[in-house]
Design a binder for this molecule. Sequence first.
Ligand SMILES: Cc1cc2nc3c(=O)[nH]c(=O)nc-3n(C[C@H](O)[C@H](O)[C@H](O)COP(=O)(O)O)c2cc1C
Ligand SMILES: [Mn+2]
Length: 423
Amino acid sequence: MERERRFPVLLFERVKGTKFPVLTNLHASRRRLAAAMGSEPRGAVLAYLQKIARPLAPVDVNTGPVKEVVLKGDAVDLGALPQIVHHQDDAGPYVTAGVTLARDPLSGRLNCSYNRLMMLGKDRFAIHLTTAKHLWEFYTNAEKLGQPLHLAVILGLHPAWSLGALNIGPIDEEEFYLMGSLAGEPMEVVPAETMDLRVPARAEMILEGEILPFERVNEGPFGEFTGYSLGARQREIFVVKAVTHRRDAIFHDISVGHFDHLLLSTIPMEANLFRAVKALVPSVKAVRVPAPFTVYVSIEKKAEGQGKNAILAIFGSDLYIKHVIVVDHDIDIFNDQRVQWAVGTRCQADRDVTIISNVRGSDLDPSDPMDGVTAKMGIDATAKPILKSFTPMHRVPKEVFDRLDLKDYVPASWLGKGTGSNR
Ligand SMILES: Cc1cc2nc3c(=O)[nH]c(=O)nc-3n(C[C@H](O)[C@H](O)[C@H](O)COP(=O)(O)O)c2cc1C
Ligand SMILES: [Mn+2]
């Protein structure tokens, strides 16, 4: 459907080898994601920032649909779930649409994120924790204490909850309290069966368990958001102690690297980057993540040096971003050609390119020889010293346009709405 440029939600009602229907492509439309927050597509990033500014605590309820079926201990069988292999070289079936919920054994704070899970058997997965992200931080705290890290994996979420789970910010900013505010109503929660966590009462399914200390297993290869299939690495093990679900639970899946994945991640990422640049450069106009590890920023530069301030703000606020291009506010950053035009005409490499070596980044970048230690590059493509005093752009005077009428020069059949393309 994506090749056909069509993006419906897809529900497969009869899936071989499982009783669970499979829903996928839920997030493949920016309009749907915006609607989940009660916003228009163009206003999604600002709506996101406004809503997360007012966290909404979950409310306790005694029980809920997610407890209609409770399976513990020996009754747990991950083989009953849909066994979805997404790409040719994947090491096996993966669960891709699970939001993890964990509590830091040191601070007691909660964290949510998406973490891919590779099926290992009846009750266990290998789990991918990006080094230096929050769940990894909790896990290293638990491991230092010699303890497992309790983990709930939430499957089948309101898309506004998913956007909340992907919030990027300080580790103390608890995503769990942002989900309700993004959805516009408090999330109802029920106690987990096997650990001291409260989980959404209206999810489709919860997997409860723990990530084992000190143990590792081969995880991968798996086709990732970069478009590449990265090889196996030694990664952590998540053992499942209980599964609870709705009687008629729908199993959610995300096709990694497709719009279902990329649009979902981009809104929270752009919101965080916008907020971070705004803290340093108040006149930031827009940010856009057009490709993996890459961001465009437009600012109304009011003082010399602010282009580089924007670069520093980005580097300071996101682990993944590797390349930043900053342009003036007259450039439409949703038009790649205009961004390249600004780089071509307003930038001198020896003056305007900043490269920082040996910084931690993503461990899923195929160009990186060091599994997550990377170089970062900022390109300040704003006019120097400032747009106002920069070489003027050429133009035909307005009074000439006002004086001329196209119909005096070309046949009437040429006029009217063009196709907008010369290809
Ligand atoms: C579908 C999907 C799959 C993801 N898979 C992983 C993963 O396997 N490991 C990981 O570290 N991050 C993964 N992420 C990204 C994290 O969820 C994201 O960076 C999140 O903001 C991290 O949370 P934190 O800031 O609380 O650490 C995935 C995101 C999406 C949308
Ligand atoms: Mn977090």
